[in-house]
Design a protein around this ligand. Structure first.
Ligand SMILES: Cc1cc2nc3c(=O)[nH]c(=O)nc-3n(C[C@H](O)[C@H](O)[C@H](O)COP(=O)(O)O)c2cc1C
Length: 194
């Protein structure tokens, strides 16, 4: 029997590893770009910075919201939010919003952001963000136990240009990664995986 050849193995590098604290896993696997989540309930609007989110299939999003955040109650009660996608030029705003509380300040005013009306939810979108995803709560069964909100995107607004926005991705401890080069490997994909 012919031994199975491992394609390209001779070109692949390996790594010397060390033990690593499991509670720092986020430094390498932090999902997606940092987003700004806007909320509204009974006349009050707020914004929080969020890194702990993930896509569930194509139009649903799971996210973790700490119940000490002022946004938690606004979002839990309204069952709505807008997930706004900021770009690198908003980095100071991203950090400022994530280090202040809507219980003490109006973040739209403090950070000079413009509210625009959503189409399908009663939550303002942030005009200065590259994209805005209007969300309705799809599954709230894990909010109390896990702080996990599962959203369905009911309307999306995306800037025409640039095609690939320069987003920021959080590694913890004040360090952000900035999105960069893109490579197109479409020809290698099965159609159902595109
Ligand atoms: C980069 C970054 C990412 C964050 N990600 C999350 C997150 O995923 N979930 C969360 O509950 N809080 C997260 N926070 C913390 C909240 O943004 C922060 O507590 C914020 O002040 C909450 O605002 P609020 O009290 O007005 O709701 C993050 C903060 C920063 C700076």
């Amino acid at each position: 029997m012919v031994a199975q050849q491992t394609l390209g193995a001779e070109h692949m590098k390996t790594f010397q590893k060390r033990g690593f604290p499991v509670d720092q896993t986020r430094r390498y696997l932090e999902p997606g770009p940092i987003v700004l989540v806007s909320s509204h309930w009974q006349g009050e609007s707020n914004i929080m910075t969020m890194g702990w989110h993930m896509m569930l299939e194509y139009d649903q999003i799971g996210c973790y919201i700490w119940d000490e955040n002022h946004s938690f109650d606004l979002i839990r009660k309204s069952k709505q939010c807008v997930i706004n996608l900021p770009t690198i030029d908003l980095i100071d705003t991203i950090v400022g919003i994530g280090n202040s509380s809507g219980a003490e300040i109006d973040k739209f005013v403090t950070f000079g952001l413009t509210q625009t009306a959503s189409d399908k939810v009663s939550v303002p979108m942030i005009k200065e963000c590259y994209a805005n995803f209007e969300c309705r709560l799809e599954d709230g069964s894990m909010i109390a136990r896990r702080g996990l909100f599962i959203w369905r995107v009911v309307k999306a607004h995306v800037a025409r240009t640039p095609q690939y926005p320069t987003t920021v991705h959080y590694r913890g401890h004040g360090i952000f990664m900035v999105s960069g080069r893109h490579i197109n490997l479409r020809r290698k994909f099965k159609p159902q995986n595109l």
